[in-house]
Design a protein around this ligand. Structure first.
Ligand code: AMP
Length: 140
């Protein structure tokens, strides 16, 4: 399995496609999922090209994990979350749709089920407001 630099997240990293960015450092970018399974659903990706967990360099994986924790903590206050679900898919058989490594960090509330994957496209207005809210907690 090889890395395809034409994937959507590689285009976001190169600035060729827009994204609701909430956090960035030298190794990692985090942005909102445009088809969220719950409000505030965020994706955390390494800047270095890697297809998924099976080929990522350990240092990039560690950097992604550290940012996933940062995002999870910020979501607790930004979205009044009661819990956080973290998922990560590898290859078609593992449920992966976009072939640049990403970790899903999803705010949860008791008794509210996740929407099915890819079932609902959030509006730009709502995504912009949620990105601003999460960014401001991350910056604070
Ligand atoms: P996965 O099944 O783990 O590969 O998940 C891919 C995720 O990428 C899905 O949750 C999609 O909603 C999300 N997604 C696809 N295109 C974009 C995009 N342009 N910006 C943000 N999220 C996206």
């Amino acid at each position: 399995m090889t890395y395809d630099p034409g994937n959507i997240f590689a285009k976001i990293l190169r600035g060729e496609l827009p994204a609701y960015r909430v956090y960035e450092d030298e190794r990692v970018l985090a942005f909102l999922d445009i088809m969220p399974r719950a409000p505030g659903h965020t994706l955390v990706i390494p800047k270095a090209p890697s297809r998924n967990l099976l080929d990522v360099a350990p240092d990039d994986l560690a950097a992604v994990a550290a940012v996933a924790q940062k995002i999870a903590r910020a979501q607790m206050s930004a979205f009044g979350a009661e819990g956080i679900t973290v998922t990560q898919h590898n290859e078609h058989a593992g449920g992966q749709e976009v072939f640049h490594l990403h970790v899903h960090v999803i705010p949860r509330h008791t008794g509210i089920e996740l929407k099915p994957p890819l079932s609902y496209k959030e509006t730009p207005e709502v995504l912009a407001e949620q990105a601003a809210r999460l960014s401001s907690v991350l910056e604070g």
